[in-house]
Ligand binder design. Sequence first.
Ligand code: HEM
Ligand code: HEM
Length: 183
Amino acid sequence: MVPWTNDIRRYGAVAMLLHWGMAILLAGLLILGLYMVALPDAGYDRRKITLILVHKAVGMLALGLVLVRAAWRTANPLPAFAAGLPGWQQVAARVVHLCFYALMLALPLTGWLMSSAGGYPVPVFEWFNAPDLIATDEHLFRALIALHRWLAYALVVLLALHAGAALWHHFARRDDTLRKMLP
Ligand code: HEM
Ligand code: HEM
């Protein structure tokens, strides 16, 4: 049985669930986001609007989860790095992890701000409407769409680096880095 909390050797069940659950959610949001913006504008086809609404609701769920995750991370010890890992790689890993947290916050926030600036609602699974964060502003709306897109591209680049590093540790360096994050 994996313990709920982290210890110095490995991540606990809660951190693993949040890590892999959010990895699936974020990959899904990236693919859905790129797919939905490429669809032709609505007309009689409601598919684009429906997918944007799903994207917003799941994106807001990701925002809620990252707050829980950040709180859980600060309340738990961080597992140690693999033995003998060079200092620059330890720093690089920590920087990438911090950038992930920044992106996991900034992506949903820019999505939410963008919707407010454009005068569009943010319904969360027909449960409640997230309040408008700012007044409508066409110029800001366009700028936030671009920012949201570039943040998403940055997430893809970091994900490739991070997943590549995890596989390198497992298959080339043959250490416990990936196993620390697996049951
Ligand atoms: C971590 C969470 C999120 C990720 C990874 C993500 C990712 C993306 C991606 C990849 C696109 C396509 C960008 C493009 O090629 O133009 C996109 C578009 C969009 N996202 Fe998100 N998103 C997230 C959260 C949100 C949230 C919470 C909202 C709103 C509440 C939102 C609203 C939108 C909208 C409205 C578009 C379409 C923009 C346009 O009209 O071009 N996103 N998102
Ligand atoms: C968008 C997807 C992903 C994000 C945002 C992400 C983010 C993170 C973050 C922030 C950490 C630090 C621990 C924490 O605070 O939870 C971490 C650790 C880790 N991730 Fe990911 N991750 C993603 C996908 C992946 C994938 C696809 C793999 C494997 C191929 C992976 C393997 C690992 C491993 C092995 C660790 C432990 C590293 C260590 O502590 O030395 N992650 N990840």
